[in-house]
Design a protein around this ligand. Structure first.
Ligand SMILES: NC(=O)c1ccc[n+]([C@@H]2O[C@H](COP(=O)([O-])OP(=O)(O)OC[C@H]3O[C@@H](n4cnc5c(N)ncnc54)[C@H](O)[C@@H]3O)[C@@H](O)[C@H]2O)c1
Length: 293
């Protein structure tokens, strides 16, 4: 039986988890936000409040809507705090071992009929489902960044995902006012299968000295009509996430055309992960982003 989602648990309070919490709360759902790092839960809550305050100042929502939205999101410091959830969405770091450990530890705390989803950008839904006690109630729900702005959500069924799980997830996305598409369970699904090799190629173009950061981003903005340059977009996504997706494509499809650019590897090794660490292809420590190459 399909179920109506009223209470949503979110694991991982980074840029995606807090964005998902934001849109769920504004759609009238109750939200429980968890992170391995308790401080991240509270910084996530502060970020959501700040983003809603910006919407109030732009006049897109009222202050009353902001206050009632914020009041619907509670901190969940342990998995037991997710016991009442109808759906739990995992939005932790893009690393298969991390996600598998979360699912194994999480499931004993959940209601038997609760659905479990992952916001992974690339990892096999079928393999992640196998780390749960309910593969038939498991599905990929891939939100885009920034969640409050982007319309699309990719739904990905694992081999065991049951029809009612898919129907419930589709209705949940519609309730958030977003559009869903269905992708088969292949590495990186549709959006990132196409987008990330383009970003990786832009990094190769920089690595080989074909152009500077500014030249590459300007070329793609003005020459291909992209709203944002590929290097700016990479910083926005997070370079660690970009590298993980390329590794999943490279290993999952066994094709050398997906080889991650060595410069991307080096940036991640340096801890230069883009906007979230204030340094990536641009330096964000000043008032305006400055290209680093
Ligand atoms: N950044 C994007 O553009 C984007 C878009 C779509 C999907 N995603 C996916 O969303 C997920 C999260 O990405 P993000 O950009 O929010 O990353 P992020 O680095 O901003 O946040 C990840 C959060 O996960 C937490 N975390 C790590 N291990 C955990 C654990 N064991 N238990 C609980 N929390 C844990 C971290 O403390 C951090 O707060 C990834 O799977 C990523 O691929 C990212």
């Amino acid at each position: 039986m399909a179920i109506e989602i009223k209470t949503v648990g979110i694991i991982g309070a980074g840029q995606m988890g807090s964005g998902i919490a934001h849109v769920c709360a504004m759609a009238g759902l109750d939200v429980r936000l968890n992170d391995r790092d308790t401080a991240k839960i509270y910084s996530g809550l502060a970020t959501i409040d700040g983003n809603l305050a910006r919407q109030v100042s732009k006049g897109t929502i009222t202050d009353e809507q902001r206050r009632s939205g914020v009041s619907r999101i509670l901190a969940a410091e342990s998995y037991d705090d997710l016991a009442a959830c109808d759906l739990v969405i995992e939005a932790a770091t893009e690393d298969e071992a991390t996600k598998r450990q979360i699912f194994t530890a999480l499931c004993p705390s959940l209601k038997p009929d609760a659905l479990v989803a992952t916001n992974t950008s690339s990892i096999s839904i079928t393999r992640l489902a196998a780390a749960t006690d309910r593969p038939e109630r498991f599905i990929g729900i891939h939100f885009m960044n920034p969640v409050p702005v982007m319309q699309l959500v990719e739904l990905i069924r694992g081999i065991a995902t049951a029809d009612p799980t898919y129907v419930s997830a589709k209705a949940f996305i519609a309730k958030l006012g977003k559009i869903s598409t269905m992708s088969e369970d292949f590495p990186a699904f549709i959006v990132n299968r196409i987008l990330l090799p383009m970003i990786n190629e832009a990094i190769y173009t920089l690595y080989e000295g074909v152009g500077s950061v500014e030249a590459i981003d300007t070329a793609m903005k003005l020459g291909a009509n992209h709203p944002m340059g590929p290097l700016q977009l990479a910083d926005f996504i997070g370079l660690d996430t970009c590298l993980s997706v390329m590794q999943v494509l490279y290993e999952g499809l066994a094709d050398s055309k997906y080889r991650p650019c060595p410069l991307l590897v080096k940036y991640v090794e340096a801890g230069w992960l883009g906007r979230k660490t204030k340094r990536g292809f641009y330096d964000y420590r000043g008032e305006t982003p400055v290209p680093t190459r």
